[in-house]
Design a protein around this ligand. Sequence first.
Ligand SMILES: [Mn+2]
Length: 465
Amino acid sequence: MATILFLDDDLLPQVLGDRMSGEKTPYLFATPNGNLARSLKRKGLKAVSGSLRSSRLYNRLDLNGSSRIVIDLADKGSTYAVLEEIQKRVGQVPVVVALKEGSGLDEGQLLEQFPGVKVVRLRALLEDGLKVEMEYAATRRLVHRYQEDFQKAERILILLHDDPDPDSMASALALRTILGRNRQTAVIGTFAPVTRPENLRMTRMLDLTVKTLTQSDMARFQRIAVLDIQPHYWADRFREVDLVIDHHPQAKGYKARFKDLRPRVGATSTIMLEHLLAAGVSVSERMATAMLYAIKTDTLFLERGVHPADLRSFMYLYQRANLNVMRKIEGQGLTMERLQFIDRVRQQHMFADGFLYAHLGPIPRDDLAPALADFFLQVDDVKWCAISGEVGGQVTLSLRNLGYQKSAGDVVKAVFGDIGNAGGHRSAAKAVIPMDKFRKKFGVPSRNGKVAAAVYAKLREATGL
Ligand SMILES: [Mn+2]
């Protein structure tokens, strides 16, 4: 499966340099510029040239549904031409558009016409390159120091937060590899086991064992590493640990002999990939799959809190991961339980002007609301989707949109900010409201009654529909 790059100058090949050839996955360059194609071929790269509207060009690219495409063209007209031709031929495939300064491209307009496209700011990525090299040297020192120190331990604990998520599990797998350990000498553990169906599927498909620990297990370990969270999470239980690697803001009240905290990064797996490369450890297909899935879920497929480092890791891991296994882990979120709830949403929802909403009453876990909201956003004509349910004495609501409308985060803040925790990002947001406050504002929650209609009206009003 090739990665096809549409370009009209040699900036990308130059920056990426040697990485372009000799990869397992070949790069294929397409350009309207015949001279450029010839010079790329002289460097041993695969290139084709022709008009960006000509069938001949696209036939030679052998496009199909699993093609990966990057567009780095100087002007808006050419970019739209390529996007339209691709859409005409293979429908929606993952396309990354490198937004150049002065190209006249408007990200919002682009996403409206081609919602599947990812836009990245190329210049910002490149300027980041130098800083990356400096940070990388520091990482290498850190990794060598903790590798050496952990060698002295007979048994190591890699401790994860309750109900571990993909990012924490993938990070644990990476750390165990960096430390050169197996599941007997480096135990991946948590005090509350995995519950979400996708996460359980991940442990099964990638053969991950996460041990449920009790406090008395602790004495058996000579080193403790905490990943994707910091020790303050367990209050007084761990005042001192050996290693902390995390992407959440620095917390207080604990000591760690080795630390790598990067609050601007979207996933701990991104940090771990750097550690792996710094340690000179090769990234296996299994690990790449786990980490790619981790970054995808932690950043909502690069929509939330993404740092240029996450994009780099994503590109690196995408080449090496087993995408079939990843799709299987993700599934369509289809468990029998979810199908039941999908059916309930189908029966109870309200829908107008592209906005779908359903209140489900009591639900067994709070992951059902976001999973159902994601699911129904895929339905034709649905541009906004909100699902709410009652769990643990609270109403939890997830809101989704296609990404080019008013910010979902602003909408939930406007409607629920006064009575609960509400916030999020442009395309995904969440609100959690204590039941008593919810009742006061909207009445008694019920599945089909006036309450849902009242919430629906407020949400629609806030979206400006
Ligand atoms: Mn994380």
